[in-house]
Design a protein around this ligand. Structure first.
Ligand SMILES: Cc1cc2nc3c(=O)[nH]c(=O)nc-3n(C[C@H](O)[C@H](O)[C@H](O)COP(=O)(O)OP(=O)(O)OC[C@H]3O[C@@H](n4cnc5c(N)ncnc54)[C@H](O)[C@@H]3O)c2cc1C
Length: 399
């Protein structure tokens, strides 16, 4: 009997879990084994981390329920390294302790996502909070719950995550003094209609916007800027995500920011038996602009990688979907939202949806994204094909 082709997917966020489910739909259990490695036992809805931090409880989504009855084998473990020459992934127990073990793969899908940039400015790692993952969001939740009325909370970062965090906190805790620090004008990436709406919501929630202000350091009780210190009992840092250092420590070709360089099928430019997806991959989008780290653009990269792996193993046709943007969905608390329609390459178009309808739409998008992950073998029809080709080995030429 032909040996099973061993596919290991590392990281079970939006993209890794989607890729594993799609692979199970496309390929036969007799031909391939699919192992999904993740450090946490539950799927984390990262797009709701500001809600978790603000005190809302999220629905638990255990992987063992999500993947029950599928051909995906779950492995609760922390990835500590990859040897791309020997095709092994080193794992320990989920806490990073215990005896290390090497898992062998024929094809690796790298989907470890990203975290916050704790070293963006001096003092951030020691004094600031993050909402890029569950542990950070839970720490912030505890701190917020302990704050007395009138105490100042400063959110640094005027992008999507910062705006969502500031509005969520201000709506939940109107007794706090919430401020946001933005390098440019508030909502300067939005259409005039979208930016006007954002200002209206900020005014309604009494959030102070420190515009054209660059935070240069964080202390225990303030944020330092060129314009002066801003008092902060809590600082929330949201100025962009940083990828995990694991890929950069391998022989994989990576960009300056540590993202893995891939081709149009999400296959590593340097190692054809490795695919990278989601935040961890440097993917050329429309106009050759790198795709923004987002769930919206990341999930199609998971489909692309899974379909490409299946096609290469079964002698099928390679997928040719090209990623594009449609809208940016921004929650502004639970009662308000903003859907900014964008061009294919993510520039604001004039149209924007605002108000309760936008909040409802954003909620639907979040639910839909989680549903897609939680129902890995539902949705598209199953088209399992027999593997025909030889397993792709290191050194083979990337198509
Ligand atoms: C507050 C917030 C709001 C957001 N809102 C939006 C939005 O509205 N729209 C949008 O498109 N995007 C949004 N994003 C961005 C989006 O969440 C990410 O781009 C997306 O989660 C990336 O998916 P991923 O699968 O690449 O990585 P992740 O979802 O981060 O998944 C990575 C997985 O790898 C696991 N992992 C990491 N390291 C290890 C290790 N060493 N060993 C084992 N497992 C490991 C993690 O536990 C996780 O399960 C938001 C992000 C945040 C933080």
């Amino acid at each position: 009997m032909q040996q099973q082709h061993r596919i290991i997917v590392i990281g079970a966020g939006y993209t890794g879990a989607s890729a594993a489910g799609r692979l199970a739909r496309r390929l036969r259990n007799e031909d391939v084994s699919i192992t999904l490695v993740n450090a946490e036992p539950d799927f984390v809805e990262r797009v709701r981390m500001h809600q978790l931090a603000a005190g809302q409880d999220l629905r638990p989504r255990p992987f063992r329920e999500m993947f029950a009855g599928t051909d995906v084998q779950l492995r609760l473990a922390k990835v500590t390294g990859i040897d791309v020459d020997h095709r092994t992934v080193s794992v320990t127990d989920p806490n990073g302790a215990g005896e290390p073990e090497d898992l062998e793969y024929d094809t690796l899908v790298y989907a470890l996502g990203s975290a916050w940039n704790a070293h963006a400015v001096p003092g951030a790692a020691e004094h600031a909070h993050d909402i890029a993952g569950r542990p950070g969001a839970l720490r912030l939740r505890d701190r917020l719950a302990a704050l007395a009325p009138g105490e100042p909370v400063v959110v640094v970062g005027g992008g999507l995550t910062g705006v969502e965090a500031a509005t969520e906190i201000a709506e939940t805790r109107p007794d706090l003094d919430v401020a946001l620090v933005a390098r440019g004008a508030l909502g300067d990436w939005l259409s005039p209609k979208g930016a006007r709406h954002l200002r209206k919501v900020f005014a309604g929630l009494k959030i102070t916007a420190h515009e054209h202000t660059v935070a240069t350091a964080v202390e225990a009780d303030h944020v330092t800027t060129a314009e002066g210190d801003i008092p902060a009992a809590i600082t929330v840092w949201t100025t962009g995500f940083a990828v995990h250092p694991i890929a950069r420590a391998t022989a994989l070709e990576t960009a300056d920011n540590g993202q893995i360089v891939v081709d149009a099928t999400m296959r590593s430019a340097s190692h054809p038996d490795v695919y990278a997806i989601g935040d961890a991959a440097l993917v050329a989008g429309p106009g050759d602009k790198p795709l923004r780290m987002s769930c919206a653009s990341g999930v199609p990269t998971a489909w692309q990688a899974a379909d490409a792996i299946a096609a290469r193993l079964t002698g099928g046709k390679l997928p040719t979907i090209s990623a594009r943007y449609f809208n940016q969905c921004v929650s502004l608390g639970r009662k308000e939202g903003l859907i900014q329609y964008v061009t294919a390459d993510d520039r604001a178009a004039s149209a924007a949806l605002t108000g309760r309808l936008a909040a409802f739409y954003k909620e639907l998008v979040c639910k839909g994204a989680a549903w897609g992950v939680a129902n890995p073998t539902m949705g598209l029809p199953t088209r399992r094909r027999r593997a025909t080709g030889e397993p792709v080995r290191a050194g083979a030429t990337a198509a």
